[in-house]
Design a protein around this ligand. Structure first.
Ligand SMILES: C[S@@+](CC[C@H](N)C(=O)[O-])C[C@H]1O[C@@H](n2cnc3c(N)ncnc32)[C@H](O)[C@@H]1O
Length: 444
């Protein structure tokens, strides 16, 4: 009996993906029927039913013709990128001011769409990675539609960052924007905190016991951090082997390179840098200990260059290897992957019903964690499970053109079955955006 239910449900779900919108109600009725007939066995399958919101087949054909079919695993943003384009003038090439060089937010327009008026009104919003507050507030022309300014209903804005310099810069910007905010009781609070502590932090804030309406995580480093050689994040500028996002933290990159067990150094290069040449690099790093160890990014780069065969891509070859090694060390120093995984669950718990969590990641390891955590979150029955299936079926995302395909679960809906990537225009003027992926989940 269970096998029949399973088979029938699979057939129906497969068919429902290719149905036009008007026919989808039949598929929902079918699901309802199976729920009633085989409540436990069919649940797991229905839970992961994918709902295609874009059903225009002629559009799909055109996309194929244009060759976009190869981009199956992602959804490129269709935004014009106009708002970002005008930012290029904010860049300065002077090295003396590189440290202060403004950070150009990635997928700004797309983030604004996620929290647009079609979603739940934003009464309380948390930016977990404030940085210089590009996503949270900006005074320049093209930022006018930003989160704080474009939501007059916003009563509470909370910003977090582990970097005191970023926090200081964002505070002055937020204060400037707050003064012109129309809500009489608008409050902006900023905290020097790791987002892994979001739950305990929000527990101390008044008036949000039922949760917040929006949370943003814009992962990785800001341009200010990368462009400051003293932080040790840059492959091309010499500086100390630091790489701490939080300057109060005790572990630095040089501690790992000079005193961690050989096998751990190798594991980091292999697992966090996905570096094929990890064993040779591990040996070279360990050998360097005999000569006093590595203490600057320049010294590390020299080791990497000596371990990268000239035949492997020339200058590009060692730069690519160095980028992977730096990424690996940064992930280890800041415990980025474990922190991210734990924080995604914590963030979801902090959302009010209908609230959304948007995450922008910059490499495949992060994106995989976000993807898997979202799938786990929506399928966990223990996690604020929604028993009222009508609540799920009543959702209508047609008004939000950025939502293409969704995945429905017990506790929430993944609004990005495939991650959204920047428009071609944004990629062309902001190199940092090239690897960005945006994933969004909504709590039921
Ligand atoms: C890409 S930047 C954010 C940029 C910002 N959204 C903007 O548009 O200006 C990432 C920021 O997150 C911060 N950060 C990274 N990991 C963090 C963590 N675990 N907790 C809090 N902040 C973190 C970094 O210090 C950095 O300032």
């Amino acid at each position: 009996m269970a096998a029949i239910a399973k088979h029938t449900m699979r057939m129906m779900l497969t068919a429902s993906l290719s149905l036009p919108v008007s026919s989808r109600s039949a598929s929902l009725s079918a699901k309802r029927f199976l729920y009633n007939q085989y409540p436990t066995k069919s649940r797991a399958l229905v839970r992961f039913s994918c709902r295609s919101v874009t059903t225009d087949t002629s559009k799909k054909k055109k996309e194929k013709e244009k060759g976009t079919a190869k981009e199956k695993r992602r959804t490129r943003s269709l935004r014009s990128g106009e708002e970002e384009d005008s930012s290029s003038s904010s860049f300065t090439t002077s090295t003396s001011v590189m440290m202060q060089q403004s950070h150009v937010p990635v997928m700004l327009g797309e983030v604004l769409d996620v929290f647009s008026s079609h979603s739940k009104p934003l009464s309380a919003f948390v930016d977990c990675t404030l940085g210089a507050a590009g996503h949270a507030s900006e005074l320049e022309k093209w930022f006018l539609g930003q989160i704080i300014q474009s939501h007059p209903e916003l009563k509470l804005f909370i910003g977090m960052d582990v970097d005191p310099l970023a926090l200081r810069m964002s505070r002055s910007r937020i204060t400037a924007v707050s003064h012109s905010h129309p809500h009489p009781n608008f409050q902006a609070l900023t905290f020097l905190k790791n987002f892994r502590h979001i739950k305990s932090l929000l527990a101390q804030v008044d008036h949000i016991s039922s949760g917040v309406d929006g949370i943003l995580m814009d992962l990785g480093m800001s341009s200010m951090q990368v462009n400051n050689p003293d932080r040790g994040f840059s492959v091309l500028a010499n500086g100390p082997l630091d790489m701490r996002m939080d300057p109060q933290a005790s572990l630095k990159a040089e501690d790992i390179l000079n005193s961690w067990p050989d096998s751990e150094v190798g594991r980091i290069l292999r697992d966090y840098g996905e570096e094929r040449n990890w064993r040779l690099l591990q040996n070279k790093i360990v050998q360097a200990r005999l000569l006093g160890g590595l203490h600057s990014t320049g010294e590390l780069v020299d080791v990497i260059r000596s371990a990268t065969p000239g035949t492997r891509g020339g200058r590009q070859g060692w730069i690519k290897t160095a980028t992977r090694v730096f990424q690996a060390l940064r992930i280890a120093v800041n415990d980025e992957l474990k922190t991210l995984e734990d924080s995604l669950f914590a963030c979801f718990d902090c959302l009010a019903p209908g609230g959304r969590l948007a995450v922008i990641s910059f490499h495949s390891l992060e994106d995989r964690i976000v993807k898997q955590a979202f799938l786990k979150i929506i399928s966990e029955e223990g996690r604020d499970s929604v028993k009222d299936q009508s609540k799920v079926e009543g959702k209508n995302y047609q008004k939000e053109s950025w939502i293409r395909q969704t995945i429905q679960g017990w506790n929430g809906t993944i609004l990005t079955k495939r991650p959204i990537t920047p428009s071609e225009k944004e990629e062309s003027f902001n190199r940092r955006s090239r690897s960005a992926k945006l994933r969004v989940i909504e709590k039921l």
